[in-house]
Write a protein that binds this ligand. Structure first.
Ligand SMILES: Nc1ncnc2c1ncn2[C@@H]1O[C@H](COP(=O)(O)OP(=O)(O)OP(=O)(O)O)[C@@H](O)[C@H]1O
Ligand SMILES: [Mg+2]
Length: 603
């Protein structure tokens, strides 16, 4: 019997979030027979079917939650309240180029620059967890402790952002153990969804049936969401599992950023001055939200080559603009001064602001898949809510051309959520098989559990800053010299590499560096700092662009009686999962001490 009897997923998106789950049963060992439940009827929704509610909180002056999800966006805003929508994107590093310029007063479609997003994310996740748990436990068959959760995260996120998500999830009441709460990259989960869909005889692409059983097959997944677009190329391995072919890439090219451009470019040019725009957002809140919603509906159905202008009504436009401003509006819109008119060329331009970022990412991964396959045409799967945009699909299809075949699986907005349920499910099936049949059975169980991710590519070169004996090269580089109490010279800036950027590693692959010794004899604590860099094999820890990801401290008090050079420590880093974990062993302390990587908030 599986330890976790329920496999559940949370997709916390920039635009929308939801949950999905499945009871772990014997039948479900076959991924095609899993019964996955999600929620499409969210309070306040106007969508016919979408498995997620809005990632939004309406807060009062003291940050008490007044409403969440769709109702938060739709509700009247009491005085002093604020709507928060960009919680997830606020976890980007502060130097991310897509962050709004400091001091920019242009209103935005999402508040993606929050200074303390973690408590808000926690408040939101707590509500999502509550409704999911209420549904799962409703029949009395399952308890909350039966659930293994998978919380999905962008593939390009820093360790600090992952740490922040884990912290928020803990505050929201999710379990803290890495076994009970998996953090998994979104495109990887979407890849599992695509793989299972194609194994299904009733799946959308019957001609490709069994292709996912064919080792060596390459394909690309582009997860096009509201905030980010993440792209990764994969290969199907001999046991049916999936391996990333290269490091994921992505950026803030999601649909919501086209809405920002709409506000900035279209509304900015229609309203004579900035204060009108600010007045609209501040004093005509409901009308502003309606206008954005209206624009997004048109954007979502806009096609390449469409010749029709879009007319957006704004209630109360006459009360908002002065006669002079209304005249200006009419002039720039060829006589139409009672609504906002978006010409097809402008509409295409707004969509291109996202598409222009997405196509190079697709190129990069298609090229990688073609190269790895020694030619051949990889399949490109577009998933996520934005992949339903006909404009985006047509542009990607035309751009990829003969290099590959572009698909959108059935219900692409579900891909991440359902793929994440498969991820949890596969673990449960594998554990069950291992329990029942020992090592020989585990390989069988792995195959039976359905598609899973087995190898990933390192996002950066990761390593530690260590001291190494000083040599001539250090002198030539003008590196500082440290001298210990024995009069020996060290360079304190050397980089001890654990994994190289792009290196393909198995999930849970552990790299150890043994016999790291302190350089000072008098200190009972050894602090090791870890860095990430794009340089493949740097000599020094600060080879640009390097960032400190965190540090760990090893207690040496049990071996202080030994000569300095005998106080050996082994450092183990585990890669291949979204989160890097660390273990340090004081070799003379008797027992292995688990260490946690104290993450720097900036990376
Ligand atoms: N039918 C549709 N056609 C086109 N776009 C759509 C459609 N339905 C939803 N979208 C857009 O997709 C976006 C949401 O996609 P999704 O739910 O994948 O994003 P998310 O997971 O919240 O964001 P992210 O993954 O970037 O954090 C929204 O901007 C929405 O307007
Ligand atoms: Mg998403």
């Amino acid at each position: 019997m599986a330890r976790f009897r329920v496999a559940a997923a949370i997709d916390f998106g920039t635009h929308a979030s939801g949950y999905a789950w499945s009871a772990v049963t014997r039948d479900g060992a076959d991924p095609r027979r899993r019964d996955i439940v999600d929620r499409e009827q969210w309070p306040g929704t106007t969508e016919k079917r979408y498995p997620k509610t809005r990632s939004a909180l309406l807060l009062d002056g003291s940050d008490t939650v007044l409403a969440w999800g769709y109702p938060a966006v739709r509700a009247e805003r009491p005085p002093g309240s604020r709507l928060v929508t960009g919680m997830k994107m606020s976890l980007r590093p502060s130097d991310d180029p897509s962050r709004p310029a400091p001091g920019s007063r242009v209103p935005r479609a999402l508040s993606d620059d929050l200074s303390r997003p973690v408590p808000l994310i926690a408040a939101y996740l707590a509500r999502l967890r509550e409704v999911a748990v209420a549904e799962i436990t409703a029949g009395g068959r399952y308890r909350e402790s039966d659930i293994r959760w998978c919380l999905t995260v962008p593939a390009i996120w820093s360790q600090a952002a992952l740490g922040a998500m884990r912290e928020a999830a803990g505050t929201a009441g999710f379990p803290s153990g890495h076994d009970a709460l998996l953090l998994e990259p979104e495109p990887d989960m979407a890849a599992l969804y695509c793989a299972v869909q194609e194994l299904t005889p009733t799946g959308p692409v019957r001609a490709l049936l069994s292709a996912f059983r064919r080792p060596g097959r390459r394909f690309v997944v582009a997860d096009c969401g509201g905030g980010t677009v993440d792209v990764v190329a994969y290969e199907v391995l001999g046991d049916g599992s999936l391996a990333q072919l290269g490091r994921p890439s992505g950026g803030a090219f999601g649909a919501t950023y086209t809405t920002n451009r709409f506000i900035q470019d279209v509304l900015g040019s229609r309203f004579l001055d900035q204060t009108n725009l600010e007045r609209l957002t501040r004093h005509h809140w409901a009308e502003f939200q309606e206008l954005l919603g209206d624009w997004e509906t048109h954007r979502n159905t806009f096609t390449v080559g469409s010749r029709e202008s879009v007319a957006l009504r704004v209630d109360g436009l006459h009360g908002l603009l002065s006669p002079e401003d209304l005249r200006h509006l009419g002039e720039v819109q060829g006589g139409k001064g009672d609504r906002i008119v978006v010409r097809p060329k402008e509409m295409a331009g707004l969509l291109e602001s996202a598409v222009g970022g997405i196509l190079p990412l697709v190129d990069e991964h298609v090229a990688r898949a073609v190269e790895a396959a020694g030619g051949g045409r990889p399949d490109v799967y577009l998933v996520g809510g934005f992949s339903k945009s006909p404009y985006l699909r047509e542009r990607v299809r035309a751009h990829v051309g003969q290099r590959g075949r572009v698909f959108t699986p059935d219900r692409p907005e579900r891909a991440v959520l359902h793929g994440a349920v498969h991820r949890c499910y596969a673990s449960a099936v594998r554990e069950d098989g291992e329990q029942g049949a020992g090592a020989a059975g585990s390989a069988v169980a792995a195959r039976r559990a359905g598609p899973d991710i087995s190898e990933r590519c390192a996002l950066y070169t990761y390593g530690a800053r260590v001291s190494e004996p000083y040599d001539d090269e250090d002198g030539a580089q003008d590196r500082p010299l440290e001298t210990n109490d024995e009069g020996r010279h060290f360079c304190p800036d050397r980089f001890l590499r654990f994994v190289a950027i792009g290196q393909r590693v198995g999930v849970g692959h552990e790299v150890a560096h043994r016999n790291v010794v302190p350089i000072r004899a008098d200190l009972p604590l050894m602090t090791v700092e870890f860095y990430a860099t794009h340089a493949p094999d740097p000599r020094y820890y600060d080879t640009a662009p390097a960032k400190r990801i965190g540090h760990l401290t090893v207690d040496l008090s049990t071996c202080m009686h030994l000569p300095r050079e005998d106080r050996e420590v082994d450092i183990h880093l585990t890669f291949g999962r979204a989160e890097i974990t660390v273990r340090a062993v004081n070799r003379h302390g008797g027992k292995a001490a688990d260490a946690t990587l104290d993450l720097d908030p900036e990376f």
